[in-house]
Design a protein around this ligand. Sequence first.
Ligand code: CAP
Ligand code: MG
Length: 420
Amino acid sequence: MSYADFVALNYKPKKSDLICLFYIEPFQVSMKEAAGAVAAESSVGTWTEVTTETKRIAKMRAKVFEIKNNYIKVAYPYELFERGNMPEILSSIAGNIFGMKIVKNLRLEDIKFPENIIKSFKGPAFGINGIRKLLNIKDRPLVGTIVKPKLGLNPKEHAKVAYESWVGGCDIVKDDENLSSQDFNKFRERVMCTLIAKDKAEKETGEKKAYLANITAETEEMLDRANFVKHNKGNYLMVDIINMGWSALQTVRKHNFKLPLHAHRAGYAALARNKMHGISMLAIAKIARMIGVDSMHIGTAVGKMEGPAKEISEIEEEIELSLIKKNEASHILEQKWYNLKPVMAVCSGGLYPSLVPSLIKMFGKNIICQAGGGVHGHKLGTKAGATAMRQAVEAALKGVSLREYAKNHKELYIALRQWD
Ligand code: CAP
Ligand code: MG
């Protein structure tokens, strides 16, 4: 068996095949050779023929069935994969192949999962509707904040910032991605203080509030932290999906804490930022939806983080809709999501009130508008910063310009003067 045996341009993929779309740059070989190498190494092949391969195994080869410029599509018989085991699936289709000498660059753009693999994962427990129900918010975008400074506050100081954010108008307050249980802010103490502040804020505002406690840690400790949140009537968990690993995410989801799970994507750009190599954010987002997160960072297009609006809209559709149509120009494969719930998109990173209307215009109302610096940096403090964000959402929904709305909304007025 040679690499060319893994190319079958007349093959018509079966409904049950898993399909990958790769961007590929061969290194000193033909496209066919490099494409065959990718299909081989990610399925049953290796660099030479082996005497141990049988006819039955040869039938399980992945097949390159399309080569268009630098893009190839590879079909994998579903038997190659263990259902419900994301690390295993990725060790095939997103494993050794990225390091092969035969490819100069290789990027996994999209993965079309067949029904039996999709259904072997749990998907979101709450999804968009579940989060809306929890917070009793029918159709407006949610307003969130990240407690800042991201590290250094003690539990009481943290809870105070959270309280002011909630009474100012935030629906959601979350820990930052790198806050866990450092000596200056121990997890359990922080959760206790912050949940007391949440109760107080709920009573004072008459609104439901959520605290997203970052439980990211070694797996068993993480489960203990999740239990602790649950036991103390916390209402939302948060994890860093990339740095914890897919297996750990599956474990948290499997434990079914009956709390929504927020996915921070810190580190994703190490995989996705280089457009010629790695794994796209679209693919990462699909994996996270399958395993089962309820809200997930997707970028902003207008804030401090990299990522164009078109790409972010496509990611939002992928995590929200139940059927994704194939889009050749954007290198997106068709995907049916069957019974998996939609995930709420989180726009975060360098946001402040002035950017809210364009976010809603670009991504619709099913988003969480989240600002850290853009709330706690407000000249009048956190409470006013939260109010200004909420006013910006109100204005956008009423179709009134922020400038106009600011005429009789002081907090927004100051925010506009500060950052516009
Ligand atoms: C936002 C944030 C988030 C980023 C990550 C931060 O704070 O908390 O981690 O949103 O980017 O620390 O930067 P600011 P992304 O509002 O102060 O920028 O959502 O793109 O993954
Ligand atoms: Mg952060």
